[in-house]
Design a protein around this ligand. Structure first.
Ligand code: AMP
Length: 285
């Protein structure tokens, strides 16, 4: 496995792989890797001849009050996980290798980035789309792997790729969870034992929504209210949003929906100082 911090060298390695006729895949991450990330790498390994993982804690997608400086950085164990997952190349640049001091280009997707995460984290998606566009240029993947865990992110990346005609297929992979339902996240390691227990309320509320939605005649706003009520009653948890939305546009659902309608339930909440998100795709009964 090669480990490379230089964008030009990385591009050369990947270009050589493409010239050898290998299908190239990329798994962008911020490191502090866990089994969720590993599942993306394994999927890439099973589908591609040359797999690049990127590890870069991208400063431009963090707000001024957010956890950029304390974000976990565990490069040595990350590299072990990449190696075990069969990654060919890890691109792990320093910030000044990614951004020139006078960089002034931003990739911005429109309305889709103003809702939900975008509303709670102003500027976040501009940072994400700009860095993902750069990572795609540098690692030249034919397939790029993202987690459903960041549901809105994968939608925004898909929109960017379509709108800019970037020649890559975006593959969205299922959420990997702990045995008690908590979605794996690099941020889970911030949680105290008590907070860790509280955090299971997110997946609990999603399962409640799933149960309610599956009943015939279920009403979206009622399901939403039940989900919100459960979270609002959880001590130690501060709810930011818990909604049902159209799985493509993230717009609210109409008052009545026919049986068989798909939607996504999305939750964001703070537990202590840690901000957590989770989601589940649902079908109305
Ligand atoms: P991050 O390092 O948090 O930026 O995540 C890198 C990629 O891994 C993103 O596409 C995430 O959606 C994905 N990811 C994070 N957690 C999980 C998880 N629990 N299951 C599946 N994918 C995940």
């Amino acid at each position: 496995m090669l480990v490379e911090s230089c964008p030009q060298q990385t591009l050369q390695h990947v270009t050589a792989a493409r010239q050898r006729g290998l299908l190239t895949g990329c798994v962008p991450t911020m490191g502090a890797l866990h089994q969720g990330h590993v599942s993306l790498m394994q999927r890439a390994r099973s589908e591609c001849g040359y797999v690049t993982a990127t590890i870069f804690v991208n400063p431009t997608q963090f707000g001024p009050q957010e956890d950029f400086s304390k974000y976990p950085r565990t490069l040595q164990s990350d590299l072990q996980l990449c190696e075990q997952a069969g990654v060919d190349l890890v691109f792990t640049p320093q910030t000044d290798q990614m951004y020139a001091a006078d960089a002034e280009t931003v990739v911005q997707v429109g309305r889709l980035t103003t809702l939900l995460e975008g509303a709670h984290r102003p500027g976040h998606f501009d940072g994400v789309t700009t860095v993902v566009a750069k990572l795609l240029m540098i690692t030249q993947p034919q397939k790029a792997y993202f987690g459903q865990k960041d549901y809105q992110q994968q939608l925004v990346v898909r929109r960017m790729v379509r709108d800019l005609n970037i020649p890559v297929e975006i593959v969205t992979c299922p959420i990997i969870r702990e045995s008690d339902g908590l979605a794996m996240s690099s941020r889970n390691r911030y949680l105290t034992a008590e907070e860790r227990q509280t955090a299971t309320a997110l997946s609990g509320a999603l399962r409640l929504a799933e149960r309610l939605c599956s009943q015939s005649g279920a009403v979206p706003s009622v399901v939403e209210q039940q989900m919100q009520q459960m979270l609002l009653q959880t001590p130690g948890l501060v709810l930011q949003y818990a909604v049902l939305a159209d799985p493509e546009t993230l717009q609210p659902l109409p008052e009545r929906v026919p049986s068989g309608t798909s939607c996504v339930a999305l939750i964001a909440a703070r537990v202590g100082t840690t901000r957590l998100i989770d989601n589940l795709l649902l079908v109305f009964g």
